[in-house]
Design a protein around this ligand. Structure first.
Ligand SMILES: Cc1cc2nc3c(=O)[nH]c(=O)nc-3n(C[C@H](O)[C@H](O)[C@H](O)COP(=O)(O)O)c2cc1C
Length: 262
């Protein structure tokens, strides 16, 4: 991605909530817009739309946790399982690309004004805007609120391997890096709802049931999509083109079956 290794971008990415008080430069806006239009493809649903917009009317209330940002990335998708997985996958691809060209971001699933963005995105009744992100230049010194949110969500922490992977993790270096990339994914309130179970042919992905519910959609399907983006991009970078497979597999006690890969 822009000559940078996806795995390195994934390892370095973190949410930024304190920005320089200026919009995205015209050059960066054009680079981003070009990348978006060429990279909306994903394994789940292909009618996503993503825009970069200036904050001509306040999109994120000033009492929110984001300071200084003037440009935002926002998009829409269908409010279905595939639509939400796709949104997580594609939006995270954009976020990693932003990193590769020095633009900072922060996934925001709440506290943005839907009515302004709904108009800009010409939202239809079966579509939603699951999340947005500021796109801007990180300020060196983080605000107190920024530090407080990070501390509250324990943002620097991730679950240990054995909490996410229910059996022995494959030592094969291709899988190992892809699983580590999945483990490093951002998630709403840092809940990390992913569970992975592998058998000889297939990696099975499950979602912890009902950890967070919001506004009539399951934001943790977006989290799943983000994790699939990390996993898939690293597998591809290593030259492995696997297939995503909708298998008829039952849920287990507290985990819901999402998809297989092999
Ligand atoms: C779908 C989604 C929604 C999120 N919503 C918010 C939000 O509304 N406000 C916020 O401050 N952070 C939000 N976050 C950021 C998470 O808190 C953050 O990704 C997590 O704590 C891990 O920290 P990191 O991104 O720095 O690795 C969201 C993240 C995701 C993936």
């Amino acid at each position: 991605m822009n000559n940078k290794k996806v795995f390195d971008l994934i390892s370095e990415r973190k949410s930024v909530r304190t920005y320089e008080d200026k919009p995205l430069s015209d050059k960066d806006k054009k680079t981003m817009t070009d990348f978006i239009s060429a990279n909306l493809d994903n394994p789940f649903y292909n009618k996503i739309e993503i825009i970069i917009t200036e904050e001509d009317e306040k999109i994120v209330p000033s009492y929110g946790f984001i300071k200084g940002a003037r440009s935002y990335m926002a998009g829409k998708t269908l409010n279905t399982k595939d639509g939400l997985l796709a949104y997580g996958y594609v939006f995270e691809k954009m976020i990693l690309y932003c990193m590769s060209i020095g633009i900072s971001t922060c996934w925001l699933g709440g506290s943005f004004k839907k009515n302004i963005l709904s108009k800009k995105l010409r939202l239809k009744t079966d579509e939603i805007i699951p999340a947005v992100s500021p796109v801007g230049y990180a300020k060196e010194k983080r605000s107190m609120r920024d530090k407080a949110v990070r501390a509250l969500a324990k943002s620097h922490k991730r679950k240990a391997f054995n909490e996410l992977f229910y059996d022995k993790v494959d030592d094969n270096p291709v899988f190992k890096d892809a699983f580590e990339a999945l483990r490093l994914a951002p998630s709403a309130a840092n809940k990390q709802p992913w569970v992975v179970i592998t058998d000889d042919e297939t990696v099975h992905f499950y979602k912890k049931k009902n950890e967070l519910k919001k506004d009539g959609f399951d934001i943790q399907l977006v989290d799943m999509g983000i994790a699939f983006c990390h996993f898939d991009l690293v597998m591809k970078e290593k030259g492995f083109e696997g297939k995503w497979m909708k298998l008829n597999k039952a849920d287990e006690k507290d985990i819901e079956y999402i998809i297989g890969y092999g």
